[in-house]
Design a protein around this ligand. Sequence first.
Ligand code: ADP
Length: 289
Amino acid sequence: VRRARAEVGTLDEAGRAAFARGLRGRHRRPGGFGSQTRVLAVGSGKGGVGKSTLTVNLAAALARRGQRVGVLDADVWGYSCPQLLGVRQRPVAVPGMMLPVCAHGVRLMSIGFFVEDDQPVVWRGPMLAKALEQFLDDVFWGELDVLLVDLPPGTGDVPLTVLELLPDASLLVVTTPQRASHEVAARVGRMAREQRMPLAGVVENMSGGPFGSGGGARLAAAVAAPLLAEIPLDEQVCDAGDAGVPLVVAAPGSEPARRVDALATALPAVRRSLVGAALPLFVNGPAAS
Ligand code: ADP
């Protein structure tokens, strides 16, 4: 091809409605029946342990490996994925559907897009559940290999709703090395076990330095899940987050970025439930062809 010509215009109302109908026709809930998307919920006991930072870095690392990745920022108290991915624009809405914002190869939808001027989200359980449902059903994610859900810390309404809406999700629990963090995180792990949500594993973040290390290993033992990564405490992680460029993109050769990249390859395979799956059953033997 030597030359190409592109014409850019805006859709009129009928065009937008037709476009939205087209999207809806092709839409499938990620992680829903028949979907091949692996859903990983990222949780922690406390806030401030680096759960959102890890979520966006892991997402960007998976995207760099050619995976189609979505991030659903459901951290109602501390939504920060738009900032961490340097996203300033809002999602595009067409009648009845929204398109996620794409940054660093990651498709993002955040509860933060729907609150004005950094206001706290004061929605109660049923409203949160409805919002999460809309994020899955009314957002055109397209085909995704992985959907990461950034949960609020603790064992509140959102993690339970995510479990109900995404029964095939597994949980990645993030802790710092400190006792105050891993002991509280163990409760999140136990909640998951009680609800029969598989535990993908544990990540120790802010490892080394004044915090020491070993909290991730203790948490992993307490909840009987593998310790998948130890990410060092490193100011580059923090600076990259403030600049809106995940460290795996800004400095892929740095130690924390290499650890996150190793985590991206070490993620355990999905264990899918058979609910809604087509089984290879046939009557009177396979059809002759
Ligand atoms: P959470 O989602 O658990 O509330 P954040 O991802 O918002 O936590 O991180 C809290 C703070 O810690 C942020 O300022 C972030 O830049 C910083 N941070 C996260 N991980 C690291 C790390 N490995 N080294 C240094 N700072 C980190």
